[in-house]
Write a protein that binds this ligand. Structure first.
Ligand SMILES: [Zn+2]
Length: 434
């Protein structure tokens, strides 16, 4: 059989923050893709669908169940292309991991190491840091999405420190005062001396929060939550609601301080995206997203988690960027190598492991061709129905429904056809030097 274009089934993860049962788009997709094997358990959370060759959940060929990783390893040139093999020096793995996440409650506040730090951490502690790769990631909202992303602008943080007694108390009068007196506000040039001083001050405040003794976390968070009911005007409506909601997701957690009070609360509308560089702090709160990342599973966690927290590493590693939340969003670009009905949006972050192409056929009986891409790609249908085929090869036609996933080899021209209104696909791909 030819492996130029074929259907695959993805593995999934039942992390406890996922949406429950068939309310989760991850469960729906997994079931649609393989109805005879995947029964949805109405009591289980379905959090993540994993599409790629990552060792802990490699996707499999739909018909035979053969692991995609094995197929890649058998014919690396055909599956990855020479350029990708040369660049990433692997004949076994696709350089990216594509996921769908269905988030019901907040995931841990986290950051991912860059390459250098990932190697160090993996060497020192392979149990908590399972591989030596970096993990830049990009989130594309499928439904309205809510998350934390980067630190709040410093004026905002300063004002919260001044106003909220519990926050002041855990930071201490001395540092609160020092922060207030020494931060540079207004327009501060990136990487200027002022900017460095600002980041240092921010780091001191964050470190203080993260090192709060466990014995004090419960009382401080309890008082903070109480104050949102007693004096909501101190926080403003949105912040009040956010703290109360986080308290119900993850009661009495330090994340109420290091997340709600320190990080940007960011909302993405469907189609909007954000890219997280290595060492940027973030957390996802709610919504369905398509996520793409470099193939890695390294996470350093700060809050809203029962898992291992590596506070010293975290405090030390962060970028401490404090930009306005709008600055963190990514704008889609026009893709020039496709034509026909409908349109594409290209999300192309400044790294080489991946880009994501969203294709939309907004009416029935539409056709859209995409030229061959120079590396491996994985496409998932998220909405509507239609077919996918190798261009000009009618006998290669495969059915498309939400949750159907396809692997496409390098240089294979494809055609998508819609048989319903609003047919949407996301395709992650890796092209070196584009
Ligand atoms: Zn992350």
């Amino acid at each position: 059989m030819s492996y130029r274009l074929f259907q695959i089934d993805a593995g999934f993860q039942n992390y406890e923050w996922g949406n429950i049962g068939s309310k989760s788009v991850v469960a729906q997709f997994a079931h649609n893709s393989n109805p005879s094997k995947i029964e949805i358990d109405p009591s289980l959370p379905y959090a993540e669908l994993w599409m790629g060759t990552h060792q802990s959940k490699a996707s499999v060929e739909h018909k035979t169940g053969t692991s995609l990783q094995e197929l890649v390893e058998k014919s690396p040139e055909e599956f990855l292309g020479a350029q990708v093999i040369n660049k990433f020096r692997s004949t076994r793995e696709i350089p990216f991991l594509l996921k769908v996440l269905s988030i019901g409650k907040v995931l841990s506040i986290q950051a991912h190491p860059d390459k250098e730090l990932a190697q160090k951490l993996h060497f020192r502690d392979p149990k908590n840091y399972p591989d030596d790769n970096h993990k830049p990631e990009m989130a594309l909202a499928v439904t309205e999405f809510e998350g934390f992303c980067g630190f709040k602008p410093l004026e905002e943080l300063d004002s919260l420190l001044q106003k909220i007694p519990e926050f002041r108390e855990i930071i201490g009068e001395e540092l609160v005062h020092m922060f207030h007196e020494n931060i540079f506000t207004g327009k501060v040039e990136m990487n200027s001396q002022e900017d460095h001083k600002n980041r240092k001050l921010l780091q001191q405040v964050f470190s203080k929060v993260m090192n709060l003794p466990d014995s004090r976390v419960y009382t401080s968070t309890k008082l903070l939550v109480k104050r949102t009911y007693d004096e909501p005007e101190l926080f403003g409506h949105d912040l009040c609601k956010l703290i109360q909601k986080m308290q119900s997701d993850f009661p009495y957690d330090i994340g109420l301080f290091c997340g709600c009070l320190m990080l940007n609360h960011c909302i993405l509308q469907p189609g909007e995206a954000m890219f997280l560089q290595a060492r940027d702090i973030h957390a996802y709160i709610r919504g369905d997203i398509v996520e793409c990342m470099a193939a890695s599973d390294n996470v350093v966690r700060a809050g809203f988690t029962p898992k291992f927290k590596d506070v010293d590493v975290l405090v030390d590693m962060l970028t401490y960027s404090y930009e306005d939340v709008e600055m963190q969003k990514m704008r889609p670009e026009i893709f020039t190598r496709s034509h026909g009905d409908g349109y594409d949006n290209l999300y192309d972050p400044p790294i080489e492991e991946f880009a994501v192409l969203q294709t939309i056929l907004n009416k029935k009986d539409g056709r859209r061709e995409v030229e061959g891409l120079r590396g491996p790609s994985i496409l998932i249908v998220t909405k509507g129905e239609g077919t996918i085929q190798i261009q000009d090869e009618n006998d290669s036609k495969l059915n498309c429904r939400p949750g159907f996933i396809f692997f496409i080899q390098p240089e294979v021209k494809i055609q998508l056809r819609s048989s319903s209104d609003d047919f949407v696909t996301y395709r992650a791909f890796c092209e070196v030097n584009h």
